[in-house]
Design a protein around this ligand. Structure first.
Ligand code: ZN
Length: 75
């Protein structure tokens, strides 16, 4: 009865897992870099935009990193 809440919603991150810093929220949430992983915190799609490329328009995200970050911080 209470048993069908299974797998893949939340992934527990093991200590050995190598994570990369999200360019947007600065948390270590990405398993890959520049390979379109979605940050699990701010949902920025990592298209390889670097933290100092804040004004580069990112097509997958439909926004610049700067605008995206401002929106995220407001939420
Ligand atoms: Zn993020």
């Amino acid at each position: 009865m209470e048993k069908h809440l299974v797998d893949h919603d939340i992934e527990i991150v093991g200590e050995n897992e190598k994570l990369y810093r999200c360019s947007c929220c600065k948390h270590f949430t990405l398993n890959t870099v520049g390979e379109y992983s979605i940050c699990r915190l701010c949902y920025w799609e990592d298209d390889g935009t670097l933290p100092d490329e804040v004004d580069r328009f990112s097509h997958p995200n439909g926004s610049t990193l700067n605008d995206y970050k401002n929106d995220f911080e407001k939420r």
